[in-house]
Design a protein around this ligand. Structure first.
Ligand code: CP
Ligand code: NVA
Length: 309
């Protein structure tokens, strides 16, 4: 059985970086943002494969553009167009793709499938979202936080973050960031929709699960939310709408937070459900900067994984 022979680094979860690597990556992402389309081309002659088994607008486009701007190429490999969709085993697919490609960016359902890809592909594997995590989004979110609250916002202490709604893949990845960076994270979700308790425990007291959105938002710098029904949970949407009825990021909830607080949403949003139009379009909304920052954060990530910087 062929296994990894050369040294490679994956990014399957936020904690695949250590604290200083994460802080440096966010700093580097800010530099890439200033460079615009210019700057070095560390991916010259490299091709990254985007193995996507779920829909995507931001992640797919930002990775493609990031690869091109870094001097490389990107190739979309959707389930429908590859033999994966017809049942070719993951270990075979991973080993074959690694013979052509320099990195694999994977969006799938079970996290275990991503891990299996990473075990068998001897090129870096990046998590572009699974049912249990979405670390690339959190990189962009953290960059957005530093833009609004200062370059040292993540390292100086005192940052307070509220998560409102489902304890989903995004909440889990925020918990991992909390474990590394030590900010206060309050997650308000209805009973039965908590994030992964192991990740709450690993955050070591800096993260708390509460039941009232107002308690989470009180004095927060960042009020963050996401859809109530994630991809793959469409059949539960109606039930979730009932259960999450009080977990809306609206202007009243934003008033609980600091006057200069920002509202984040990884998008796509269901306006009028988890977030109101008024907040999305209001002065505290940072959601479109957040979306743009996917590109800059992923340029820093690809540079780190493929060029060692
Ligand atoms: N936020 C995010 O990952 O968006 P897409 O599903 O459009 O990639
Ligand atoms: N929690 C959402 C995030 C989409 C980017 C989902 O998994 O569908």
């Amino acid at each position: 059985m062929a296994r990894t022979t050369r040294t490679k680094r994956d990014f399957l979860r936020v904690t695949d970086l250590d604290r200083s690597e994460l802080l440096e990556l966010i700093e580097r992402a800010a530099e890439w943002k200033l460079l615009g389309k210019g700057g070095p081309r560390p991916l010259e002659r490299m091709t990254i494969g985007l193995v996507f088994e779920k829909a995507s607008t931001r992640t797919r486009v930002s990775f493609e553009v990031a690869a091109y701007q870094l001097g490389g190429n990107a190739m979309l490999l959707s389930k429908a167009d590859t033999q994966l969709g017809r049942g070719e085993p993951v270990p075979d697919t991973a080993r074959v793709l690694a013979r052509y490609l320099d990195a694999l960016v994977i969006r799938t359902f079970e996290h275990e499938k991503l891990e299996e890809m990473a075990r068998y592909a001897d090129v870096p594997v990046v998590n572009a979202l699974t049912d249990s995590s979405h670390p690339c989004q959190v990189l962009a979110d953290l960059l957005t936080v530093t833009e609004r609250f200062g370059a040292d916002a993540l390292s100086r202490g005192g940052l307070s973050v509220a998560w409102i709604g489902d304890g989903n893949n995004m909440a889990n990845s925020w918990l991992e960031a909390c474990a590394l960076l030590g900010f206060d994270l309050r997650i308000a979700c209805p009973e039965g929709y908590d994030p992964d308790p192991k990740l709450v425990a690993r955050a070591g007291g800096r993260a708390r699960v509460v039941r009232r959105p107002a308690e989470a938002a009180e004095g927060a710098h960042v009020v963050n939310t996401d859809v109530w029904a994630s991809m793959g949970q469409e059949a539960e949407a109606e039930e979730r709408r009932r259960k999450f009825a009080g977990f809306v990021v609206d202007e009243a909830l934003m008033k609980r937070a600091r006057p200069n607080a920002i509202a984040l949403h990884c998008l796509p949003a269901h306006r009028g459900e988890e977030i109101t139009d008024a907040v999305m379009e209001g002065p505290q909304s940072a959601v479109f900067d957040e979306a743009e920052n996917r590109l800059h954060a992923q340029k820093a990530l690809l540079e780190l994984l493929l060029a060692g910087r």
